[in-house]
Design a protein around this ligand. Structure first.
Ligand code: HEC
Ligand code: HEC
Ligand code: HEC
Length: 146
């Protein structure tokens, strides 16, 4: 019984923590989001399906397919390797680093199909310092000789 009560309290607290963001909090996040939108040359609607209603009314937790992809794949890569979107994206185009990433992603898909093993960027790249973010390679990367 005691354990169950504890679990209920914990659940309630989590819920409270996840309450919708205040307008002020949304405004703060929007500053970063504007930079990202500019780097990709897209509007908020590209990723947020409720953006039409504006920052005050809109529910920015509702994401489009592209928004989901950004959330699941792109934001984590940027965070892990400390690079901005513009490291790989120049509006509609990919930069040289972006093209190389694209090539690596194709290799990762092929590897999964053929070897049934999922690779991460981290299977080959150890985060490096600014200017060399993707240049430190793992033993595995050297071994595959790719
Ligand atoms: C390339 C996709 C993309 C674009 C363009 C984009 N966003 Fe976002 N936004 C996201 C993702 C993904 C999240 C979820 C947070 C995360 O993954 O870190 C988010 C979160 C937010 C949040 C926080 C929502 C909440 O309540 O937790 C706000 C506010 C927001 N975006 C506003 C904007 C505004 C305003 C614009 C246009 C200027 C914009 N975004 C453009 C992808 C995008
Ligand atoms: C290290 C390189 C790299 C970084 C950094 C990066 N991207 Fe990407 N992104 C790519 C590549 C390559 C693709 C194409 C993926 C594919 O074809 O599978 C892509 C695709 C996308 C797509 C999907 C486009 C579509 O047509 O479906 C979105 C949205 C996106 N990126 C958003 C972002 C955002 C937002 C950031 C910054 C938070 C970011 N990316 C940072 C390399 C990068
Ligand atoms: C199987 C190994 C492997 C995987 C997995 C892999 N890469 Fe690479 N990547 C390489 C190798 C090898 C190079 C060439 C490194 C060099 O020449 O310094 C490279 C080069 C790059 C470069 C260019 C670096 C530069 O400084 O010019 C970027 C950016 C990059 N990869 C991003 C990524 C991202 C993002 C992912 C995950 C989506 C990824 N890679 C997954 C092996 C891999």
């Amino acid at each position: 019984m005691l354990l169950l009560a504890g679990a209920l309290v914990a659940a309630k607290q989590t819920k409270k923590f996840e309450a919708p963001k205040t307008f002020e909090e949304k405004e703060k996040i929007a500053v970063e989001m504007k930079k990202i939108s500019k780097q990709l040359d897209v509007r908020c609607e590209y990723c947020h399906s409720d953006a039409e209603r504006g920052l005050k009314e809109g529910d920015y937790t509702l994401l489009t397919r592209e928004g989901e992809y950004a959330h699941e794949a792109m934001f984590p890569i940027s965070a892990k390797y400390k690079v901005e979107c513009s490291y790989c994206h120049a509006g509609n185009e990919l930069t040289a680093a972006g093209e190389r990433t694209h090539q690596d992603m194709k290799f990762m898909r092929k590897y999964k199909r053929e070897k049934r093993k999922t690779l991460q960027c981290g299977s080959c790249h150890i985060p490096g310092n600014a200017g060399k973010e993707f240049q430190r390679l793992t033993k595995f990367a050297k071994k595959t000789g790719y």
